[in-house]
Design a protein around this ligand. Structure first.
Ligand code: ADP
Ligand code: MG
Length: 587
């Protein structure tokens, strides 16, 4: 059995045995841990994986809790009806808050989440309908098939069944097409967009999922405690949830359980221990708790889970799976067709003109070398063509259509794929998964399909394609290593494999041979020739002139943002202007 499965089995065995082995008080603690696990699991995905920090999850917990409290006590509604109603309310609120805040960057987003957390606390505390600061008592217990869940021991089963389902769904999600895209959101959203990921809506989906988990926890909480009051949903609660996610190990699904357990137990223990030590009761536990958190964050930056959890969620990935049907490929355009055309394109950064009046075209089936000294504007051209930047002047056409105003993901959809000069990989993901991210647009299953594992056939196809392209660039032996473990030259090769996974029409390679040894360069040149023979066109930026001149069909030379010369490699090599500006040392 793989370690992940064994640990999961042990965890489930513990959950099954716990109510028979533990005291009522201890089972109640486990209930609290389960409720907190749901919320912090949402934060693991939102903050730990997608990089969106929220201090405001208690808002969603509170909304669902109050929704069911009021509807069941005042209107006698069944809790099974208030669950979908509460979750709908949470979803609507999350979509509204997400729409106005998720675009915020830097510190503004966490601040906004604190702001709405403070706001809702006052709403809960000041509305007559919600019982003001005294809250809503006498909430009915849940009952399932006539079985009343009116004790901590009884509701335990429901809480942990839901928590376990949520954990497994989150694990499934991270190990999928959508999950790879989510894992790229944090630092690599430009790259993700370049492979067709709609990062804005993906962020919203993760935000929504985290909110719904918090809402589910709130609904359970109301029927577990049978009483709600604003105190449970103040800003402290939001901070606690975030602590749980971080302490557990914010990138790891199982970190949610670990964080929720550690914080819940620690709080409880301090509440008992400190009065016994000091002799009188005061809120010293909060102070000691804060100090312990500081210590923990300083000692274990990545949380407590990594050692355990990395095995749980990461081990099986990148292993050989059953052979799958090959993905469909698009037809390549007829050789010689005008594929990409820049017409007087220009780009300024403030006063600096990075690209000026630049015109050239790439024909289908050719390798065009784009050369020029550092700072000439080559990478900027790549950014203009792939939609990372917008040109200030001129036009960019791909197969006759203007693409200058299209979103990066739409340009990717049309078959323009690139590598980055500054390597742009998700370091914690395996080599295989990084490559598979390139095939994003060749799959269609989203988050829900992934959670329910309805995506397995497609996922096998995507991973098989990734494995094929990794093999092609010579990285097969490293498939399951984290991308960050590769030397820089091989990371560049991985970027090529990722771009190939997208089934490109036009490949834009930004200094692919930098950092490669001589033999590796030869192999790369051979690979690029092979791609050309398949009909893939290549725009190549590279400094190694021997490499470029032996490979390309034509060359465009740039200097200070302008085109200096254009022609066959041997014409360029003897062009006096080029020799003077750039190639001086070559002859
Ligand atoms: P190359 O790839 O040919 O070395 P670049 O396209 O990276 O050149 O850069 C061209 C010029 O534009 C350089 O002077 C660079 O400093 C500047 N530049 C590139 N990107 C940016 C940016 N995002 N903001 C400001 N200046 C930039
Ligand atoms: Mg560059």
């Amino acid at each position: 059995m793989i370690p992940g499965r064994a640990a999961l089995a042990a965890f489930i065995a513990f959950l099954l045995a716990a109510p028979w082995l533990l005291t009522s008080f201890q089972v109640t603690l486990l209930d609290y841990i389960g409720l907190a696990t749901l919320v912090s699991l949402g934060l693991v995905l939102l903050t730990g994986v997608a990089g969106v920090m929220s201090f405001g999850q208690q808002v969603f917990t509170g909304l669902a809790a109050y929704c069911t409290a009021v509807l069941t006590t005042r209107y006698g509604m069944s809790p099974w009806l208030t669950l979908p109603l509460g979750l709908a309310l949470v979803a609507a609120t999350a979509l509204f808050l997400g729409a106005i805040t998720l675009r915020l960057s830097g510190h503004y987003l966490p601040l906004a989440t604190i702001a709405w957390g403070i706001g809702i606390y006052f709403v809960f505390g000041n509305l007559d309908l919600l019982g003001r600061h005294t809250g809503v008592p006498d909430i009915p217990a849940l009952s399932v098939l006539g079985w009343k869940l009116d004790t901590g021991r009884r509701i335990y089963w429901l809480i942990w069944a839901l928590a376990l389902l949520a954990l497994l769904a989150a694990r499934n999600l991270l190990d999928s097409r959508a999950g790879r895209a989510i894992r790229a959101l944090r630092f690599r959203s430009v790259m993700a967009e370049s492979f067709g990921v709609d990062t804005a809506s993906l962020k919203t989906v993760v935000f929504l999922y985290a909110a719904l988990l918090a809402g589910l926890s709130g609904w359970l909480y109301a029927h577990f405690l049978r009483f709600v009051s604003p105190g449970a949903f103040n800003v402290n609660a939001g901070i606690d949830y975030l602590f749980m996610a971080v302490v557990g190990g914010a990138g790891q699904v199982w970190g949610a359980v670990i964080g929720a357990s550690v914080l819940t137990l620690l709080r409880e223990w301090l509440k008992e221990l400190l009065p016994a030590l000091i002799g009188y009761t005061a809120n010293y536990d909060t102070v000691v708790f804060g100090a312990l958190m500081l210590l923990l964050l300083q000692r274990a930056r990545n949380g407590l889970a990594p050692a355990v959890a990395r095995r749980l969620i990461a081990a099986p990935r990148g292993c050989a799976r059953e052979p799958a049907a090959a993905l469909a490929r698009r037809g390549q355009p007829r050789a010689g067709e005008r594929l990409l055309e820049l017409r007087s394109a220009g780009k300024r950064f403030g006063g600096l003109v990075a690209v000026r009046e630049l015109s050239f075209s790439v024909a289908s089936g050719e390798i065009l070398g784009l050369i020029g000294p550092n700072g000439a504007g080559k990478s900027t051209v790549f950014n203009l063509v792939t939609g990372v930047l917008r040109a200030d002047d001129g036009e960019i056409l791909f197969r006759g259509d203007a693409i200058g105003r299209l979103a990066a993901s739409e340009i990717a959809r049309r078959g323009i794929c690139r590598t980055f000069q500054q390597v742009n990989l998700v370091g914690s993901m395996s080599v295989l998964e990084n490559a598979a991210l390139g095939a994003h647009l060749r799959g269609r299953h989203g988050t829900l399909g992934a959670m329910l594992r309805a995506d397995r056939a497609e996922e096998a196809q995507l991973l098989q394609e990734a494995a094929r392209q990794i093999e092609r660039v010579g990285l097969a032996a490293h498939a399951s290593d984290p991308a960050s473990s590769l030397p820089l030259g091989q990371q560049r090769l991985l970027e090529i494999a990722r771009a190939l996974c997208a089934d490109p029409v036009l490949l834009l390679l930004d200094e692919p041979a930098a950092g490669l040894r001589y033999a590796e360069k030869q192999a790369l040149a051979q690979l690029l020739r092979g791609l050309r023979a398949e009909g893939i066109s290549i725009l190549l930026v590279e400094h190694d002139m021997e490499f470029v001149m032996g490979l390309v069909d034509r060359t465009v030379v740039m200097d200070f943002g302008e085109k200096l010369a254009e022609g066959l490699p041997r014409e360029i090599q003897s062009d006096p202007a080029v020799l003077e500006a750039y190639l001086g040392g070559l002859e």
